[in-house]
Design a protein around this ligand. Structure first.
Ligand code: 5RP
Length: 226
């Protein structure tokens, strides 16, 4: 089964977790595109929810699909956030940010009563780190910030888009970092966040207790007691 089919399967299951009246954090990425499509069908059938998007791309797609949106000017609570991930380890730690939206994704996941991660089985790993870790940094002095990031034991590459630095929705740059397999993701997150110039990393530690995983045969719900 190709990955898109697996993404669609898990997306459909994720939408069953949404109930009337909820305010939902809407993640970013190709799995979330399917979640939005299924959610749009439900909204057209009368489901009454509002979404808060984690990126301009998600906002644009949600508007096209007629999913009603709110912003933090209008709400101070989210019932549920749903998002994809690039890697999930056995302790439910995540690498996110392949799509460049890690900062807003983290703000929204952190503000939600519950955070469900939707992945296909290829994203489940023993140890994080095969996927390059995205780190969002301030453009000013990015070169020196990159050196400080590398002093933690990694190799960093400035993310590019059409031969220019990739710019996030927040006006920042992204370093894609190779730290090898990450022995202590919690420590690395703390060390990265202590560097002036780093805004945040794509390490999501202790943020979710529910991961939906699709494989060829089924959707599994992994629950973690945090
Ligand atoms: C975007 C993300 C995505 O959730 C992550 O990259 C997974 O994307 P996809 O569903 O396309 O595989 O973190 O910043």
């Amino acid at each position: 089964m190709d990955n898109n089919k697996l993404k669609k399967l898990v997306a459909k299951e994720a939408v069953t977790q949404i109930s009337d009246g909820m305010i939902i954090g809407l993640g970013t990425g190709s799995t979330m595109k399917y979640v939005l499509e299924y959610l749009s069908d439900q909204v057209k059938n009368g489901l009454n929810i509002y979404g808060i998007p984690t990126s301009e791309n998600t906002a644009k797609l949600a508007k096209q699909l007629e999913i009603p949106l709110l912003s933090f000017k209008e709400v101070n609570r989210l019932d549920l956030a749903i998002d994809g991930a690039d890697e999930v380890d056995a302790n439910f730690n995540l690498i996110k940010g392949g799509g460049g939206a890690l900062l807003r994704e983290k703000i929204i996941a952190d503000s939600s009563k519950s955070f469900i991660v939707v992945i296909d089985k290829t994203k489940l790993v023993e140890q994080l780190g095969a996927f390059l870790l995205p780190v969002e940094i301030i453009p000013f002095g990015w070169e020196i910030t990159a050196q400080k990031v590398e002093s933690l034991g990694g190799v960093s590459t400035l993310r590019n888009f059409y031969n220019q630095p990739y710019v996030t929705d927040n006006g920042n740059y992204i370093l894609d970092c190779d730290f090898g397999f990450i022995d202590n993701p919690g420590n690395l997150e703390k060390n990265l966040n202590s560097i002036i110039g780093v805004v945040d990393s794509g390490l999501f530690i202790n943020m979710t207790n529910k991961v939906l995983v699709s494989d060829e045969h089924s959707i599994k719900t992994l629950d973690n007691i945090m």
